[in-house]
Design a protein around this ligand. Structure first.
Ligand code: TYM
Length: 333
């Protein structure tokens, strides 16, 4: 079976609805037909200098949410990035293949470093996409399910794989393909529906956190920013707020966007929001119950992560040995 890999950063207590619809749901669907590896990228989270106790806690919480969302540890390897030392090792090799200018063109880096200034920006933030390429190439992953905001990072990973194959011979690396499901690849902020849902957009007020109080989440849906018209229609350019609600509604119910729009048209936005709030609550309540079960038993959760890491290390050590050999590192005797 072809292989896929993906990961999320444990930078918050909870994942948000964008992570869920844009990524986690795709992971769950793909694990049926792919040999899947899903990791909690704790090394990536270090770029924002988290409090150590928090980082540890959030790593477990993120893993519990993968499970609550339907990642099946019997089928897929669920692991923590730092438990597999080969990620950091391959990252060094790749950083020696990445142009300084090339890394400097990453838009996420440009945005974040512009906000933080040169002294506040770490070298880790700069090389972040190189570590991400290492995550992917280490498993010879053919596909990488992510949201739209990761497209450029995926392109870098592809370029690096192709470069390795040119410089060190075919078969040094597998060139990965991004798996981005267009209709749901960018869920927008509820208060600022032209920007992606994220904790930094609109001061976090337009985010639905998966582990948030369902009543609070429902309220956020009901007070989502829309427009001054009344027509319910899927039109992302002219009606970004309403269209985003329709996208979320469609993703969570499996119903067609236009069919939902037709059902609510002429009844105003209020009905759409009230019903979507119910749909979201129906997602969150059982999700939180499942996540709670995993979090209540950290010993079992850590055992799942240990099994996942074992499987991941087995693959990763083989790939790293191959690449080390190709680039000319002397094998340890
Ligand atoms: P992260 O942790 O920021 O986000 C995790 C996943 O959620 C997707 N996503 C969204 N999708 C739709 N709408 C949104 N508003 C939204 N916000 C986030 C992201 O695209 C991502 O798929 N660099 C990555 C983590 C990473 C990784 C990897 C991913 C590290 N190594 C290797 C794939 C393969 C990141 O920061 O994602």
């Amino acid at each position: 079976r072809p292989r896929i890999l993906s990961g999320m950063q444990p930078t918050e207590d909870s994942l948000h609805l964008g992570n869920y619809i844009g990524a986690l749901r795709q992971w769950v669907a793909l694990q049926e037909s792919y040999d899947a590896l899903y990791c909690v990228v704790d090394l990536h989270a270090m770029t924002v200098n988290p409090d150590p106790a928090r980082l540890r806690e959030r790593t477990r919480r993120t893993a519990a949410q993968y499970l609550a969302g339907g990642v099946d540890p019997e089928r897929s390897a669920l692991f923590v990035q730092s438990h597999v030392p080969q990620h950091a090792e391959l990252s060094w090799v790749l950083s020696c293949q990445t142009g300084f200018g090339e890394a400097g063109r990453m838009t996420q880096f440009k945005d974040k470093s512009a906000k933080q200034g040169a002294e506040g920006t770490t070298v880790g933030l700069f090389t972040y996409p190189v570590l991400m390429a290492a995550d992917i190439l280490l498993y010879d992953a053919a596909r990488v399910p992510v949201g739209e905001d990761q497209r450029q990072h995926l392109e870098l990973a592809r370029n690096l794989a192709e470069r390795l194959n040119v410089r060190f011979g075919d078969g040094t690396a597998v060139v990965p393909e991004a798996h981005i499901v267009k209709a749901v690849a960018k869920i927008y902020d509820l208060q600022e529906p032209t920007a992606k849902m994220s904790k930094s957009t609109s001061g976090g007020k337009g985010v639905i956190w998966l582990l948030d109080d369902p009543k609070a989440a429902a309220k956020r849906i009901r007070s989502a920013a829309t427009d001054s018209e009344t027509e319910v229609r899927f039109d992302p350019v002219n009606k970004p707020g309403v269209s985003n609600l329709l996208t979320i509604y469609s993703a969570l119910t499996g119903r067609d966007v236009d069919a939902i729009a037709a059902e609510y048209d002429g009844r105003g936005y209020g009905h759409l929001k009230v019903d979507l709030a119910d749909v979201v609550v129906d997602l969150l309540v059982p999700f939180q119950e499942r996540a709670g079960t995993y979090l209540a038993d950290p010993v079992e959760l850590d055992a799942v992560l240990a099994r996942g890491a074992e499987k991941a290390r087995e693959i990763a050590s083989g790939t790293l040995a191959r690449i080390y050999d190709r680039v000319g590192l002397l094998p340890a005797g």
